[in-house]
Design a protein around this ligand. Structure first.
Ligand SMILES: *[C@@H]1O[C@H](CO)[C@@H](O)[C@H](O)[C@H]1NC(C)=O
Ligand SMILES: *[C@@H]1O[C@H](CO)[C@@H](O)[C@H](O)[C@H]1NC(C)=O
Ligand SMILES: *[C@@H]1O[C@H](CO)[C@@H](O)[C@H](O)[C@H]1NC(C)=O
Ligand SMILES: *[C@@H]1O[C@H](CO)[C@@H](O)[C@H](O)[C@H]1NC(C)=O
Ligand SMILES: *[C@@H]1O[C@H](CO)[C@@H](O)[C@H](O)[C@H]1NC(C)=O
Ligand SMILES: *[C@@H]1O[C@H](CO)[C@@H](O)[C@H](O)[C@H]1NC(C)=O
Ligand SMILES: *[C@@H]1O[C@H](CO)[C@@H](O)[C@H](O)[C@H]1NC(C)=O
Ligand SMILES: *[C@@H]1O[C@H](CO)[C@@H](O)[C@H](O)[C@H]1NC(C)=O
Length: 532
């Protein structure tokens, strides 16, 4: 009797966990690993590197299931995957549909990635780990190979469910990239593949897309969506689609203009967007630009958009050249990663970024991850793991962490220091663009209370805040710095051993535990709290 009551209670918890659709409140506490299924892991685990990056490389959902530890051990709490529906089959002048963006049938799954059971197993395995699944969806077009004779002759009967020309805009090539009608109603990139542009103004198309996404989300318990090419469909379509989906969605709005991007949130068209506004100045700050511009853009987005906490921070994705393709200095990559994970917004790391991949433009930025041997000792893998743990810990400690407005402590050409989170759970981080050739110097940054015991978690050094609540940041080799209160690290497994901070020490260099006294004091502090 008693056991059955417990079982019922356990079932109720599991049930509510699976059935409460993940909205923006839930997603903004998450950290996302973005991957391309074809490039993440093969079913048999084979790692032969010789695949052509414009052809299928044979990654699968089962391969992904087998390597979820690799993602979860890095501290990620969600994954974003390639589109899942059936694509055209042909190889074209622009390669194979290995990426999943060339839909032909919304009601069938992509067999290249596995069976329906494989996909359901993936979702179940993610949910068992309390990880969320975001699926990329294509709403702007269906695809068919064509022979580059303009206008493209498309056999619309091949498409499910939109099996007639009447559901599509008549052909015209997108040429006026500043003209909303042109980019929304004409066909994108007519070369090798005809991307037949769905007429998302038609009420029957809106209704069918709504019915489709609602059943896709519910059939597979999908937790969130990325809407591909959201800028290329009409405004009115988007909120209706998101509403039908019933889960958080962000849409791709590729623009560096605040108004252009933020209007999607302000007008209630989309809950969130990957943050291209930050992307451009951030990328530039490591390539001759200035962090003052990064900070200016952060503030502009905060006034321009109505919720920056649901924008996605990123420095790499499947469409942009890899960070290291421009400059492969490892210290720069560490600083970029630190910003992506600790700035306000949802961290989004694209597979291979943690392995310092260097591929340039598409498709070279889509290297199979297995080339790295899934090396968990790689420096950026280790860094990502620490940063995610620090952020996850702050969120766990304080319900206010996510919505707390960040303070800029320092912004100049070479540095950006930010404090976020309520006292006791705050994270203070400083990034710089000095590179691994960076000199030895120190700066003083605030964010704490006088005499607080603070740990720099990337180097595991301890330091005491001065009478103004400032800590001395000992800069060396262009490494980023991340400070939290010593007490906040309790039970996190982070920095079990610390040394005293001092000039000229590279992060990660473990020295003598000269701060043993401080550590002990902190431990006694925790014990007191624990016993009280
Ligand atoms: C999201 O769902 C949670 C739990 O159901 C609720 O408390 C919260 O208000 C919702 N957030 C939004 C933005 O709707
Ligand atoms: C379509 O327009 C683009 C410019 O946006 C141009 O580069 C391309 O050649 C055009 N293609 C065709 C088939 O007209
Ligand atoms: C914008 O694009 C549409 C569709 O191509 C075209 O009909 C219209 O003339 C364009 N407007 C301007 C101002 O160029
Ligand atoms: C969801 O499942 C139902 C019942 O099997 C099916 O009719 C529907 O087509 C499925 N939807 C999608 C998008 O696959
Ligand atoms: C954001 O914009 C939408 C659409 O106008 C509005 O409904 C919502 O209240 C706004 N939220 C905030 C936090 O301002
Ligand atoms: C760092 O910023 C300075 C000042 O803007 C710039 O001169 C320098 O080129 C930048 N460093 C890198 C690696 O981009
Ligand atoms: C994994 O990465 C570490 C750190 O870069 C390196 O020392 C090690 O050789 C790598 N292991 C393999 C198998 O490549
Ligand atoms: C404390 O840090 C802030 C930056 O957070 C800096 O502007 C200020 O000069 C520092 N104060 C001292 C006394 O160093």
């Amino acid at each position: 009797m008693r056991a059955s009551v417990l079982n019922v209670a356990a079932a109720a918890v599991a049930f509510s966990g699976l059935c409460s659709a993940a909205n923006s409140t839930e997603w903004k506490t998450r950290s996302i690993y973005q991957l391309m299924v074809d490039r993440f892991a093969r079913t048999d685990g084979s790692t032969t590197a010789d695949c052509d990056v414009s052809r299928f490389c044979d990654g699968t959902w089962t391969g992904l299931i087998n390597n979820l530890d690799y993602i979860q051990d890095m501290g990620f709490t969600a994954v974003q995957i390639s589109p899942i529906v059936k694509n055209m089959e042909e190889n074209t002048a622009v390669g194979d549909p290995y990426h999943g963006y060339w839909s032909v049938d919304n009601y069938a799954l992509n067999e290249h990635f596995g069976t329906e059971d494989d996909f359901k197993n993936l979702v179940a395995e993610l949910h068992k780990r309390d990880m969320l699944l975001m699926v990329d969806v294509v709403v702007n077009n269906f695809a068919q190979k064509f022979d580059n004779v303009i206008p493209p002759k498309v056999d619309f009967k091949e498409f499910t469910p939109f099996n007639d020309a009447k559901y599509f805009h008549p052909y015209c090539n997108v040429t006026m990239w500043e003209n909303a009608t042109d980019i929304q109603e004409c066909w994108l990139y007519p070369y090798g593949v005809a991307l037949a542009d769905l007429d998302t103004e038609r009420p029957d198309v809106v209704a069918e897309m709504g019915k489709w996404i609602k059943s896709l989300v519910s059939n597979y318990s999908i937790d969130g969506l990325r809407i591909d090419a959201a800028k290329h469909v009409n405004d009115e379509f988007l909120p209706q689609f998101v509403e039908a989906a019933g889960v958080f969605a962000w849409g791709e709005v590729l623009t560096g203009e605040t108004e252009d991007m933020c209007r999607y949130q302000l007008k209630g068209l989309l809950p969130g967007m990957p943050n291209y506004l930050n992307y451009y100045p951030l990328d530039l700050a490591f390539n001759g630009g200035s962090f003052a511009d990064v900070d200016r853009m952060r503030k502009e987005a905060r006034t321009g958009c109505n919720d920056t906490s649901v924008l996605g921070n990123f420095i790499e994705n499947h469409d942009m050249p890899r960070f290291a393709s421009k400059n492969d200095d490892i210290a720069l990559a560490k600083n970029a990663m630190t910003f992506v994970i600790l700035n306000e917004g949802i961290p989004t790391v694209y597979q291979g970024q943690e392995q310092h991949f260097k591929g340039n433009s598409t498709p070279f930025n889509r290297e199979p991850l297995w080339q790295s041997g899934y090396n968990k000792s790689a420096p950026l893998y280790q860094l990502t793991s620490t940063l995610n743990k620090v952020r996850n810990n702050a969120i766990k400690r304080s319900a206010d962490y996510i919505d707390a407005l960040p303070d800029t402590l320092w912004a100049d050409q070479n540095h950006l220091c930010i404090r976020k989170g309520p006292y006791g759970s705050q994270i203070v981080f400083c990034i710089n663009n000095k590179s691994s050739k960076g000199d030895t110097y120190s700066i003083s940054v605030g964010g704490f209370e006088p005499s607080d015991q603070v740990v720099e978690v990337l180097g595991c050094t301890t330091i005491q805040a001065d009478g103004a609540g400032n800590v001395t940041s000992y800069m060396f080799g262009g490494e980023p710095k991340v400070y939290v209160s010593s007490a906040s690290l309790k039970d996190t497994g982070l920095c079990p051993v610390t040394t005293a901070a001092g000039p000229g020490k590279a992060n990660g260099a473990m020295g003598m535990n000269v701060a043993g006294g401080l550590l002990l004091a902190a431990v006694i502090g925790w014990a007191t709290v624990f016993l009280a």
